[in-house]
Design a binder for this molecule. Structure first.
Ligand code: B1M
Length: 234
């Protein structure tokens, strides 16, 4: 760092200033600064989930808007995504409680044709933090991969993520295949991603649409509690 540069010392900023600066740094894809900012906020006793939502997710929303409006392009957005992932890595161990009782098992992945994974990763992290075992299939998953993993892992829940209007219909392909194979009722199917809504979730036959990671956790917990209540006694 050069003395001549008018560098901002993140640690000297107030909480509000730091969060705004982190939105700027995320926008500029500055991974190290994002990691530093996350650590500073944690050091100031911010809850990990608050750091995640107010500093990182809110910053990514600004990036998304400018991407939509043609102000940012794919290379810049990739850098921003890399910076976001850097911050998420720091938060991950804090969001995942070790030794929490296992609530159930979820297979999650982004659907075929879609490479967006930040939201899906966040859902996975939060689910692990809530005590679920998570099998992450990554991006670009064809129906066969989902079905193979569900059976191999003896999972309770299938989670699917899609960020594009062109890829979200693929969720129906997966659910229809489950129906054809007579296994639909063996699993709880949760779907999420920015372009989806509740109506879409119902229309494709999912058990629930989840607006964000926190809703995914609460929804999964609710379905698992029901599932346990319905098990035959003894
Ligand atoms: Co993409 N992209 N992108 N992109 N990208 C969007 C989605 C877009 C809305 C941007 C825009 O125009 N405003 C737009 C889609 C338009 C549309 O379909 N209507 C778009 C486009 C067009 C594209 C390309 C086609 C661009 C191009 O090449 N011309 C291309 C497609 C590539 C492909 O997938 N085949 C593309 C590429 C990329 C990058 C590679 C550059 C990068 C992805 C990097 C990565 O993920 N590793 C990228 C990014 C970063 C975005 C935006 C800016 C941010 C997405 C994100 O990470 N959000 C996005 C704009 C936006 O969404 N505002 C955009 C933060 C994340 C925490 O939120 O993913 O919504 P989200 O997840 C939330 C909830 O949705 C929910 O919980 C999460 C946490 O709270 N959720 C679930 C998500 N999945 C869930 C699963 C569940 C439950 C809840 O299961 C149970």
């Amino acid at each position: 760092m050069s003395d001549e540069e008018d560098d901002i010392i993140l640690a000297e900023l107030s909480d509000d200033e730091l969060v705004l600066q982190m939105h700027d740094d995320l926008y500029d894809g500055m991974k190290e600064e994002i990691e530093e900012g996350v650590n500073i906020l944690l050091g100031r006793k911010w809850q990990p989930y608050r750091v995640l939502t107010e500093a990182l997710v809110a910053g990514m929303t600004i990036v998304g808007n400018d991407f939509r409006d043609g102000i940012l392009f794919v290379p810049e957005v990739l850098l921003a995504a890399g910076a976001m992932k850097g911050g998420m890595e720091t938060l991950k161990p804090l969001l995942i409680e070790s030794g929490a009782p296992r609530m159930g098992k979820m297979v999650i992945g982004t659907v075929k044709g879609d490479i967006h994974d930040i939201g899906k990763n966040l859902v996975g992290m939060m689910m692990e933090g809530a005590g679920f075992e998570v099998i992450d299939l990554g991006i670009n998953n064809p129906v066969e991969d989902y079905l193979e993993a569900l059976s191999r892992e003896d999972a309770d829940i299938l989670g699917m993520s899609a960020l594009l209007t062109t890829t979200m219909p693929y969720m129906k392909v997966v659910i229809d295949t489950m129906i054809e194979q007579g296994i639909r009722e063996d699993y709880i199917v949760l779907v999420g991603g920015a372009p989806l809504n509740e109506e879409f979730g119902k229309a494709i036959g999912a058990d629930s649409y989840c607006r964000d990671a926190a809703v995914a956790v609460e929804t999964a917990k609710g379905f698992m509690a029901n599932k346990h209540n319905q098990l035959p006694a003894g």
